[in-house]
Design a protein around this ligand. Structure first.
Ligand SMILES: [Zn+2]
Length: 523
């Protein structure tokens, strides 16, 4: 039996207003990349989260997109040209010949150079930029990119396992349509890269809840509030180890409520770093899965266009659980507790449930301390005297970072899709765009059949392109990947479920992520 979490804070509101159009960005290549051996950052966790999201059936409730990877040019909307040039060309072999650049751009054991680094950054940034563009065009209410959230990257250097700051690029895109954007960071580390990028402007308010005191990156003091027009628009909530669900939700909700009332942002980016969860390899907070997801649920309740991105998180089985659960929160569906069988089932031993429980570690944040910092933070927020920021930021691009997503582009994509899929009843684009309606099946048998075909294909497509390039032996069903026509796809799916004959056959492609707790590389 499960021990209930001490605070069951997530109570999904099923009122009609809580139903959101959700766009989910995922590129199956992302899980194939790996930092160097022993590095705590594992892109594989995005693949594990995605697998749970598929196998819980959440793909039926949202539109799924594979974003165009960001180009060098797009990255230089924030980063310096010379840094991006170097990031583009450097390889693990060549880095040793460039000692000056290595120091200049902060490449080291924390931020190593590895094969596929630039491509990985392109995927992460491309997803967040397209998510922003889709929110701007009101194509969705919530957009999710768990491959994003790399909040430490600086304009001209790598930092804290982050190389390209997808969040800053996404916020620049949001600023084209929104006068004020709110950035919220629940990663256990201070969101220094994003704060620094917008430290002098009142058009972005950054708020970071983080562990503080002899902890990476060392910034994020309560007195760091922004400068010039940005004064009081950087909000820092420095916390001590052991933050639990009850303390966190109280502080989070009071601060965010104050900001929402006072600042009234047109869009929100919520960085959902999973290293604030209990049992993280690097962080020392004590949040349960539900305590973490409560932040998503609370932000969602304001009905403001919102982007969810990933971030840190170094106990990967807990990160994937939580991001899957939070995807459920986004679409208004509470999933779990029994984990569906998937290719990574073995990672979830011994309990195989969708939960991250708090430990009995002490909470070093007293009520008095939390009341003090909350009061100070709220006082500062109220010093932001106007709802209309005074100065137009000069470096906000006039043209879209993502050359897409206007009506013309959508029409073009639809035409192209039709041309390329003349012989199929249902095209891949239609599959990914399809969202299953709520409630009972309709009386229309044809409609129900189309729905079941689309859902089966949607699930199959993403299981396949999830796996085939990385490890064919773990492919959910390689035979399905080889079918091309819709008719045979449907036939091949019927009777095939995701549950194989034996659970013992669970492949573990990356044993490193199961243990390796001794590897104490600090962020
Ligand atoms: Zn972190």
């Amino acid at each position: 039996m499960l021990n209930p979490a001490p605070l069951d804070t997530v109570c999904l509101n099923h009122a009609p207003s809580s139903k959101k159009r959700v766009a989910y960005f995922y590129d199956s290549d992302v899980g194939n990349y790996a930092y160097v051996s022993g590095h705590p950052m594992k892109p594989h966790r995005m693949r594990m989260a995605h697998s749970l999201i598929l196998n819980y059936g959440l793909y039926k409730k949202m539109e799924i997109y594979r974003a165009k990877p960001a180009t060098k040019y797009e990255m230089t909307r924030f980063h310096s040209d010379e840094y991006i040039d170097f990031l583009f060309k450097v390889t693990p072999d060549s880095i040793t010949k460039h000692m000056t650049e290595q120091a200049k751009y902060n490449f080291n054991d924390d931020n190593p150079v590895w094969d596929g680094l630039f491509e990985f950054c392109s995927i992460s940034a491309g997803g967040s930029m397209e998510a922003a563009a889709r929110l701007n065009n009101r194509k969705c209410d919530l957009a999710i990119n768990w491959s994003g959230g790399l909040h430490h990257a600086k304009k001209g250097e790598a930092n804290g396992f982050c190389y390209v700051n997808d969040i800053v690029l996404a916020i620049l895109e949001l600023l084209r349509f929104h006068q004020r954007v709110l950035y919220i960071d629940i990663d256990v580390h201070h969101g220094d890269g994003v704060e620094e990028a917008f430290y002098t402007t009142d058009r972005v308010m950054t708020v970071s809840f983080h562990q503080y005191g002899d902890f990476f990156p060392g910034t994020g003091d309560i007195d760091d509030i922004g400068v010039h027009d940005g004064k009081n628009h950087s909000v820092n909530v420095p916390l001590r180890p052991g933050m639990d669900d009850a303390s966190y939700s109280r502080v989070f909700q009071q601060v965010i409520k104050g900001i929402m009332e006072w600042y009234r942002p047109g869009a929100i980016v919520l960085q959902c770093g999973g290293d604030s969860l209990s049992g993280d390899r690097l962080g020392s907070f004590n949040l349960s899965m539900r305590g973490h997801a409560n932040c998503v649920n609370y932000v969602k309740s304001f009905n403001v266009p919102t982007m969810l991105v990933g971030g840190g998180g170094y106990t990967v089985r807990n990160v994937s659980r939580t991001w899957a659960f939070e995807t459920g929160v986004a679409v208004g569906e509470e999933i779990g507790p029994e984990l569906p069988y998937d290719d990574y089932y073995g990672y979830y031993a011994p309990d195989y449930v969708l939960d991250v429980r708090p430990s009995n570690m002490p909470n070093h944040n007293t009520d008095q301390y939390l009341n003090q910092i909350t009061t100070r933070v709220l006082e500062n927020i109220k010093k932001t005297t106007t709802f209309s920021p005074s100065v137009q930021m000069t470096d906000v691009p006039r043209y879209p970072l993502v050359p897409a997503l206007d009506e013309e582009y959508e029409d073009m994509m639809e035409d192209e899709d039709e041309d390329q899929n003349k012989d199929t009843r249902v095209s891949p684009r239609q599959v990914d765009m399809y969202i299953e309606p709520d409630g009972e099946l309709s009386d229309d048998e044809d409609m129900n059949r189309i729905s079941s075909v689309l859902n089966a294909i949607k699930k199959r497509n993403h299981l396949n392109h999830n796996e085939v390039t990385s490890n064919p032996t773990t492919d959910a069903d390689v035979s399905m990947a080889e079918d091309d026509s819709v008719g045979t796809k449907l036939d091949s799916i019927e009777g095939k479920t995701d549950v194989p004959a034996s659970k013992e056959s669970t492949p573990l492609t990356d044993v490193d992520v199961l243990g390796d707790a001794q590897d104490e590389m600090s962020e």
